[in-house]
Write a protein that binds this ligand. Sequence first.
Ligand code: AMP
Ligand code: MG
Length: 400
Amino acid sequence: MIQVEKAREIILSQVKPLPKERVAITEMLGRYIAEDIVSGIDIPPNNNSAMDGYAIKHEDITGKDTCLRVIYTLAAGNVPKSALGHGEAVRIMTGALIPQGADTVVKREDTVESAERVVIKKVPNRGENVRLAGEDVRKGEVVLEKGTRMGPAQIGILASIKRLAAYCAQKPLVAILATGDEVIDIDEELSTGKIISSNSYTLVSLVKEAGAIPVYLGISKDNKKDLEEKLYAASRSDLIITSGGVSMGDYDMVKDLMKSGGNRMEFWQVEMKPGKPLAFGEINGIPAIGLPGNPVSSMVSFYQFARPAILKMMGSRNLLLPRVNARLRTEIRKKPDRRHYLRGIMKREKDGFIVYTTGPQGSGILSSMSMANCFIVVPKDRTHLETGETVTCEVIDASW
Ligand code: AMP
Ligand code: MG
């Protein structure tokens, strides 16, 4: 049995970022940029006005109620007609270029306007309401670092420096196979002894949520022949994820398959609960994560091991779930056997986060996952956590 961090380290050491491909900015949401992006221009490109008002020379303002002559009106997108002389002002709109000679903009609300004159009612600071060229982004500056997740703002940055496309790591194809003689698909008859493969659908969704492309291979019977046949279809994928068949039972064939032929089993069993019977290795030369069959175990293990592997392949810099401290609202008792990942509900309160468990924590109780927005991480050696203690939580849904 190995520790969670060690297991993750081994898995991550065997996957690498996929080759990069060009991605258009309209298709880039949720991808990870595979190059440092350097701006070829200043943003904004020129000094311009942050307000509707009057462009002036600061030194002309001798006190409250200075009166200046308005020489023309300047809209955004137009070139100033002429430079500003002493005692003059230009009526200027937001985003318009600052005329030569001007250094300050007085907003309209702070003036009294007449046909060709303006009276400045409030003395401005020098440079007020002027947006300087390059104050957002400087030419030559790295604006997005390799490995950055591309959200709306990052895509906006690319657009503003005229980049229509950029390199991102390819999306991994992740083959998903459920196993079990008792496991049937959603369209089959639920006869005695059978259960529906909920894992197939949670795993497809988890892979999509991580940003990769799931390839669902269906359900294999608990025999090596069927398993081998079904997994043959995975030979063009980047990662294989199976569910079930990795416990201590007589028919746990995924483990057997990993140990046979040219395949490889790197480790089996991780010191965590749920999720102990995890197997990792290689099948047909492709990294393979054998998740436990219990629905909760398979999800918890996915978050700890499969998600980081997928994110690494996608070129992400951050691979782990965000960790947040919260104050415990339920007492927790456990054996000092393994690290536990309890399903928790975190809530934001005035002075920080609180967290309580979702109720029964059996590894078959999928509703404990459906109610949870985090895992409460309880260290191996702890046996009793009291109400009010601060605990570490790994966030799976931050929409509190
Ligand atoms: P196993 O790891 O194959 O021993 O399975 C452990 C438990 O998980 C058993 O009770 C299975 O019935 C259940 N299980 C296995 N595969 C699935 C699946 N695809 N969907 C839902 N439950 C499953
Ligand atoms: Mg099974």
